[in-house]
Design a binder for this molecule. Structure first.
Ligand code: ATP
Ligand code: MG
Length: 173
C-alpha cells in the first residue's frame, strides 16, 4: 500500500516523516533527482517529470507493506491514501520566512495553503474517501506523526478533509 504524505511547503512533511521512519518505510520524492527536467528560476523551484517518477513509484509497491511517499506532489502519484498536512497561513508565513524564502515564494505558498489547493487536487485525483488532513498549527512534529499513524492504521474519518482558511483570504481585501 502506498500512502502520500503531502502539503504546501513548510507544513512539516519532512519533519513529520522523520518520526514515521520508526514505523514505516519512507520514500522522499526529493531524492528522485533524475526526474528533474529544468530549474524554474522565476519561481525558484525545479520542474520534474511526473511520468518518470510515477513509473519508479509503481515498482515500489510491495503487497500489503505500508510505504509512505513524502513530498509536495506525492498526491499526484498512484497512491492508495493521501494525508495532507495543513498549517494556518499566518504560521506558515512565519515558518517560510524563517527559512529565508523570498517574498514571492512565501506569497505563492501561503495563498495556495489558504485556498486548500493540495487538498482539492488530492480529492480531484483520488476521491474524498481516500483523503485525510492533519492540522499542524501550534503543534509538535511528533504529535502530528501520531495522528498520521492513526489515519494509516484506522482510517479515522475524524481526519476527513474539512480544514478551511477562507476567512484569512477575506482579510487580505
Ligand atoms: N508541527 C510543527 N510545528 C511547528 N513547526 C513545525 C512543525 N512542523 C514543521 N515545523 C517547522 O516548519 C519548518 C518546515 O518544516 P519541513 O521542512 O518539515 O516542511 P516540509 O513540508 O517538508 O517543506 P518542503 O515541502 O519545503 O520540503 C521547519 O523549520 C520545521 O521545524
Ligand atoms: Mg520537506
Amino acid at each position: 500500500m502506498l500512502i502520500a504524505l503531502t502539503g504546501t511547503p513548510g507544513t512539516g512533511k519532512t519533519s513529520v516523516a522523520k518520526f514515521l521512519e520508526k514505523n514505516y518505510r519512507v520514500i522522499y520524492l526529493k531524492n528522485f533527482e533524475n526526474a528533474r527536467m529544468y530549474r524554474d528560476v522565476e519561481r525558484d523551484t525545479y520542474v520534474v517529470n511526473l511520468e518518470v517518477i510515477r513509473r519508479e513509484i509503481e515498482k515500489l509497491r510491495n503487497g500489503n507493506e505500508k510505504i509512505i511517499l513524502e513530498g509536495h506532489y506525492s498526491h499526484e502519484m498512484p497512491v492508495d491514501m493521501v494525508i495532507v498536512l495543513r498549517c494556518h497561513p499566518q504560521e506558515l508565513e512565519k515558518r517560510l520566512r524563517n527559512r529565508g524564502y523570498k517574498e514571492s515564494k512565501i506569497r505563492e505558498n501561503v495563498e495556495a495553503e489558504a485556498m486548500s489547493l493540495i487538498t482539492s487536487e488530492a480529492i480531484g485525483y483520488h476521491g474524498k474517501d481516500k483523503v485525510f488532513e492533519v492540522d499542524t498549527t501550534h503543534r509538535k512534529e511528533d504529535d502530528v506523526a501520531m495522528d498520521v499513524i492513526r489515519i494509516i492504521e484506522k482510517r479515522d474519518r475524524r481526519f476527513a478533509p474539512r480544514i478551511s482558511y477562507m476567512e484569512e483570504i477575506l482579510k487580505w481585501y
